[in-house]
Design a protein. Structure first.
Length: 73
């Protein structure tokens, strides 16, 4: 049923969906996002394992800095 609902949501291929979360309930969404981000300091182990990126200091405002670092490396 989840797959059917996701198919109904328009998601252009040229755009990426980023989801930031820190809890067990966020893990499924983090997994399905194009780029999943977890908060490492206070985040749950499930969210951290599901994520593509882990921000270790629990500051979502640092995501642009993480993107800049990723582009340089």
């Amino acid at each position: 049923q989840v797959e059917e609902l996701l198919a109904q949501i328009p998601h252009p291929k040229q755009q990426k969906l980023v989801f930031i979360g820190d809890g067990v309930n966020d893990a499924p969404v983090i997994t399905r996002a194009d780029i999943g981000v977890a908060m490492g300091g206070l985040g749950s182990a499930a969210a951290i394992e599901a994520a593509d990126v882990v921000l270790m200091d629990d500051a979502p405002a640092k995501l642009p800095q993480a993107i800049a670092i990723a582009r340089r490396t």
